[in-house]
Design a protein around this ligand. Structure first.
Ligand code: ASN
Length: 257
């Protein structure tokens, strides 16, 4: 009888030790999960020099890609980048499929209703772009090209009655440039630095019609409003550091700014 009792006791002790070990093991796993969380970040896919496919390495490169890498390194977090296009990125953040987006995204009041933004890291506005020789009066009665969901689209919609044009909507910047180059649309609306880069690199043979960029505002990293505050904090802390230590300047200089 004594032997049986001792055995039961021993088994009970082993079991409780195992349970305890299990508990602390679980806790450790939980901690590990937190620090090793991989954030899902979405971006545009053809918005040079902010994000574009480098055909040599077959990888997405650009200002935003470098900023994200520098900040993740500074703050010690992991992330996975998905370059799916601008409108797709906004949808992914809103649906919770993505934790955040970085896509040369203009910070404006309308977007602040559905997104929380980081501090700005670059300023830009939009310009009207067309074939050489086109004048602003030529937009009347014609169609212009815009990219879905963008600040350029908002700008075009706000002046369409004044200039007398109608709008064709495209998925990406290259499709928009092509529509203008091939004469489907008379002009397009694009961020100044991006079309400036495309013209400079010879990717497109178009001219900027506007005297100066309109609606100049900061670009920011964005999360869904009220969500992922911790990631936004990390981004801002890292951004502050790379602004102070010269890394942001270095990244911008690498792409000609
Ligand atoms: N600057 C654009 C916007 O905020 C972003 C883009 O086209 N990638 O609407």
């Amino acid at each position: 009888m004594k032997k049986v009792l001792a055995l039961i006791l021993a088994v009970a002790m082993i079991a409780s030790v195992a349970v305890l070990a299990g508990c602390s093991g679980d806790k450790k796993d939980g901690d590990k999960k937190d620090s090793e969380k991989t954030y899902i970040i979405y971006s545009d896919n053809a918005f040079a020099p902010f994000e574009y496919l480098d055909t040599k390495s077959n990888e997405y490169v650009g200002v935003d890609m470098d900023i994200m890498a520098a900040i993740a390194d500074d703050q010690g977090f992991k992330y996975e980048m998905h370059n799916e296009g601008f409108d797709a990125a906004m949808g992914a953040v809103q649906s919770g499929q993505a934790d955040a987006m970085i896509a040369g995204m203009t910070i404006n009041d309308d977007r602040k209703k559905t997104f929380d933004f980081s501090e700005p890291y670059f300023d830009d506005g939009q310009v009207i772009v067309a074939k050489d020789g086109t004048k602003i009066e030529d937009l009347k009665g014609k169609t212009v090209a815009v990219k879905n969901g963008t600040a350029g689209k908002d700008y075009a919609e706000s002046v369409k009655d004044e200039y007398g044009f109608t709008i064709n909507y495209y998925k990406g910047s290259p499709e928009m440039y092509q529509a203008v180059s091939t004469g489907v649309d008379v002009a397009c609306f694009e961020d100044f630095s991006v079309i400036g880069y495309a013209i400079k690199t010879g990717e497109v043979d178009l001219k900027i019609l506007s005297d100066e960029p309109m609606n100049v505002k900061g670009y920011g990293f964005a999360v869904k409003k009220g969500e992922n505050a911790e990631l936004l904090e990390k981004f801002n802390a890292g951004l502050k550091n790379i602004k102070e230590n010269g890394k942001l300047k270095e990244i911008l200089a690498k792409y000609g700014y």
